[in-house]
Write a protein that binds this ligand. Structure first.
Ligand code: 13P
Length: 249
């Protein structure tokens, strides 16, 4: 069975609540494509107004992070039940910016993965190498480690519903998209890694996105690759361009 493409915007730390609603209103008609899953991953404070603004559309709302405890004395954190109650169905976990600036590790990502599944939230788990790692030839070793630790304790049935975003760090926000061949090669490697951990059926089901300077010009060729099931889009998700990316065909 063909995997359904999933095209998600990661707004990062952009847009106030009122700006967020205005952006949704602008993008709504442009991203109306029922052939793909469309997700807007937005800052926590924007979630409630964005869910409201997306009612009756094909847009699903995601969070950009989540904590792995149910509730309690964790000042500043957001619990999984808060997200589901607000209408969130996806959560970005382990983005390289969180790993770099907020001490996120594959171990904490793994705890969050398990919690997300427990609450019926689909994780979009990010992985990706630095330029140095690519030049050292350890890209796939590094990513396999991120994936293996991230999926520890995740069942095959859960893994089948997961989304993995391959985002080479050197391609994020740099305007330097990975070549189609580079992106396809790593996404295929991630799929093989899932097959090793679980089985072929799980590997065939899991959806793998490419992220890193995706734009309207690069999306069609990237998304046509056998192992690339859509994209996680940063900068271009805040513009009308996102409509073109969603309608890449
Ligand atoms: P850009 O599309 O701005 O390079 O960001 C990619 C990204 O980090 C998405 O999560």
């Amino acid at each position: 069975m063909a995997r359904r493409k999933i095209i998600a915007g990661n707004w990062k730390m952009n847009k106030t609540p009122s700006e967020a609603v205005a952006l949704v209103e602008e993008l709504k008609p442009l991203v109306a494509n029922d052939d793909v899953d469309v997700v807007f991953c937005v800052p926590a404070i924007d979630i409630i107004p964005v869910v409201e603004a997306c009612k009756g559309t094909n847009i699903q709302v995601g969070a950009e992070n989540m904590y792995f405890e149910e509730s309690g004395a964790y000042t500043g954190e957001i619990a999984p039940a808060m997200l589901t109650d607000a209408g969130v169905s996806y959560v970005v976990l382990g983005h390289s910016e969180r790993r770099e600036y907020f001490a996120e590790t594959s171990e904490t990502v793994n705890k969050k993965m398990l919690k997300a599944f427990e609450h019926g939230i689909t994780p979009i788990m990010c992985c990706g190498e630095t330029l140095e790692q690519r030049e050292q030839g350890v890209t796939m070793d590094f990513i396999r480690q991120q994936v293996k630790v991230g999926f520890l304790g995740v069942t095959a049935d859960q893994a089948k519903t997961a989304v993995i975003a391959y985002e080479p760090i050197w391609a994020i926000g740099t305007g330097k998209t990975a070549t189609t061949e580079q992106a396809q090669e790593v996404c295929a490697g991630i799929r093989s890694c899932i097959a090793e951990i679980y089985d072929e059926a799980t590997a065939e089901a899991v959806r793998i996105q490419y992220g890193g300077s995706v734009n309207a010009a690069t999306a069609p060729e990237l998304f046509a690759q056998a192992d690339i099931d859509g994209g996680l889009v940063g900068g271009a998700s805040l513009k009308a361009d996102f409509g073109k990316i969603v309608n890449y065909k």
